[in-house]
Design a protein around this ligand. Structure first.
Ligand code: ZN
Length: 138
């Protein structure tokens, strides 16, 4: 399925979030799946109830609200994002365990880099992060 994640300017927003907070930030990516692309329309921020610099747990209430919000706009929760304030934006052992429970796209942001991952057949696959929608040729 998904080979690319279209983040647009949200990639910069995530990198700014990653550098602005000491603890990991977390939230949901709301958008739609189009063929092999995941197009992200907006970020739904959740509180990190662990308040940790090395791990996160999204406030369950915010996760529910993200789904309510997505439904309202006829979109879906297509992924999870969180930050690694001290890089690199590669899944930790804990992240891979989380990906087994939540087998959707995982976007990890560092202050200067954003990456996207998915677990397929129990193997980690890195997805291409596309900064914007390709321009239509006229
Ligand atoms: Zn992580």
């Amino acid at each position: 399925m998904t080979g690319r994640v279209v983040l647009g300017a949200l990639g910069e927003v995530l990198e700014a979030l990653a550098s602005s907070r000491g603890e990991e930030v977390v939230g949901l990516l709301v958008g739609r799946v189009e063929g092999d692309r995941v197009v992200v329309n907006y970020l739904y921020h959740a509180s990190n109830i662990k308040h940790s610099i090395v791990e996160f747990e999204a406030d369950p209430w915010h996760v529910v609200q993200a789904h309510v919000s997505a439904d309202k706009y006829k979109l879906e929760v297509v992924g999870i994002y969180h930050s690694h304030p001290s890089c690199p934006p590669a899944p930790s052992h804990l992240d891979v365990e989380g990906m087994k429970k939540w087998p959707i796209v995982w976007v990890i942001a560092c202050p200067h880099e954003t990456s996207a991952w998915i677990l397929r057949d129990n193997k980690l696959a890195r997805l291409e992060v596309v900064p914007g929608e390709p321009k239509e040729k006229s």
